[in-house]
Design a protein around this ligand. Structure first.
Ligand SMILES: Cc1cc2nc3c(=O)[nH]c(=O)nc-3n(C[C@H](O)[C@H](O)[C@H](O)COP(=O)(O)OP(=O)(O)OC[C@H]3O[C@@H](n4cnc5c(N)ncnc54)[C@H](O)[C@@H]3O)c2cc1C
Length: 472
């Protein structure tokens, strides 16, 4: 079968890869001139890379890790020590660590939590442990039920002091969805905690060894092309065209940068676009169908990714750091964590600025200035006195609508990969899969989408190939 896929983010590329494995022919059509969507990256005038987002791979990412193994590029993941490192609020420039010892889950997680006495008191740890019992005993069904509560509400329901939020979950909630605990659905936090506590290496973190378009996306494209598929950049989907029976008759692809507009015909069609552009392209007759109308409740959350290059080394820490700052979420010194960005003498900090709702419309210079103010607390030794670190250059990447905002009630809005239209399917981290809006979720959604196409009547022996008929 020929399958047209709009979007070359991780979901679209993963869908194409698994369609190839099942003997189908994917044609991937990407609007922009870069692969990767939310993992896209670019080079500046000096050849330095800057990215849409600071990206962490977790041990719990089974589908991503399997894909990477199938592409034979496992050496590109740089695994870090099994720890979580938080900046201490009260003592600027210092860190508090959760170190996971070499024990099976959940013992390693419990030992990490019990071993940290900087952030949580014993009564807080006990209250929190008791609160987690239903999640541990009842698993995912309990976690799903909790989608009616924000994380702050969940903590209050379990009599867990608000201080626990300030100490740990403010940072975690911003890292998971770029919003605060009073907004984020408790399903999201509980899902992450479940993975971290149930899988021995679930919370272990890795960085990619270089820029994601070349180091992660290109190998998928090479695989797809080697198996007869196609991947085209600068090919935006402009219209989902309908046949008289309401099914898809073609994708109209815009002609940009001197390219001719195209009509793409296939046996099956996939949107692997984010939910926001998908909603804009839905054909009028589909909009009233509950499957599509509920997408209105899924809306991309704004986030900003900042890169700061300094004239010296600010830290030797080779890991992700939770800033616990008002304006920032997580950050890392990429000159330590990522082989391609390595520099023994200078730091390149990559920082996620969130929540970004009040900042996304402001000029880059204001955002950089506010970030530098925060660095005085994170690196006081380098931003006080006579010999202060000098900023050499900066890059700000704004994403006004990134992953969908995971507020309470969203789980029931997430669509299955198979739509009510027999030849139209969805992939994307917002679609229903057991992981969150993440790289793992995107890869899994693409895999599930390929499986849904393979199981559909379209793929059954004897099904007429519309694309072949059209070609006759
Ligand atoms: C700042 C930031 C930090 C993040 N950190 C992490 C992290 O540490 N770990 C993690 O797991 N996840 C992280 N994520 C989330 C992760 O990047 C996403 O969940 C994942 O990459 C989404 O993949 P996707 O394929 O579903 O969507 P996308 O990556 O958005 O891909 C959709 C593609 O569709 C294309 N498209 C849009 N309109 C059209 C059209 N009309 N025609 C054709 N193509 C179109 C887009 O250009 C894009 O390439 C982060 C995201 C951001 C923004």
């Amino acid at each position: 079968m020929r399958v047209a896929i709009a979007g070359a983010g991780l979901a679209g590329l993963s869908c194409a890869k698994y369609l190839c494995d099942a003997g189908h022919v994917p044609i991937v059509l990407e609007a922009r001139d870069v692969l990767g969507g939310k993992v896209a990256a670019w080079q500046d005038e000096d050849g330095d890379w800057y990215e849409t987002g600071l990206h962490i791979f977790f041990g719990a990412y089974r589908n991503m890790r399997q894909l990477i193994a199938e592409l034979n590029i496992e050496d590109r993941l740089q695994w870090k020590s099994h720890s979580m490192i938080f900046n201490q609020k009260e003592v600027p420039g210092t860190y508090s660590r959760f170190d996971f010892p070499d024990l099976p889950a959940p013992l390693n997680g419990l030992a990490a939590i019990l071993g940290n006495n900087d952030m949580l008191t014993w009564p807080e740890k006990i209250a929190f442990g008791i609160g987690l019992v239903p999640a541990i005993l009842r698993g995912q069904s309990y976690v799903e039920e909790c989608d009616q509560y924000s994380w702050s509400e969940w903590l209050a329901l379990h009599n867990i002091p608000e201080r626990v939020n300030d100490e740990v979950f403010l940072a975690m909630s911003k890292a998971l969805n770029f919003i605060n605990p009073d907004e984020i659905s408790s399903t999201v936090v509980l899902t992450a905690l479940n993975r971290f506590l149930q899988e021995t290496d679930g919370s272990k973190m890795a960085f990619l060894d270089g820029n994601p378009p070349e180091r992660l996306c290109q190998p998928i494209v090479d695989y797809v092309r080697a198996h007869g598929g196609e991947v085209h950049l600068d090919s935006p989907l402009r219209e989902i065209q309908l046949a008289e029976d309401g099914s898809v008759s073609g994708f109209r692809i815009g002609g940009i940068k001197g390219k001719e507009p195209q009509q793409i015909q296939a046996d099956a069609y996939v949107s692997a676009m984010p939910v926001d552009p998908l909603k804009l392209l839905l054909p009028e007759p589909w909009k009233a169908m509950p499957y599509f109308s509920k997408l209105d409740g899924l809306v991309g959350v704004p986030v900003i990714n900042i890169h700061l290059w300094f004239d010296r080394k600010l830290t030797e820490i080779d890991h992700l750091l939770f800033s616990r700052s008002d304006l920032l979420s997580v950050y890392a010194d990429m000159s330590n964590t990522c082989r391609e960005y390595e520099d023994p003498n200078k730091s390149m900090l990559e920082l996620v600025f969130a929540p970004a709702k009040d900042w996304i419309g402001r000029p880059d210079a204001e955002i950089v200035a506010a970030t530098l103010e925060e660095l005085k607390r994170l690196f006081p030794q380098h931003f006080s006195g006579d010999n202060q670190a000098q900023l050499l250059k900066s890059k700000v990447v704004k994403t006004p609508q990134s992953v969908y905002k995971t507020v309470p009630g969203c789980q029931q809005l997430r669509p299955d990969q198979a739509s009510p239209i027999p030849n139209f399917f969805l992939a994307g981290c917002f679609t229903m899969q057991r992981y969150l809006a993440s790289m793992e979720g995107a890869v899994l959604s693409g895999k599930q989408c390929a499986a849904a196409i393979g199981q559909s009547p379209l793929a059954q022996p004897g099904a007429q190939s519309r694309a072949n008929l059209a070609a006759v």
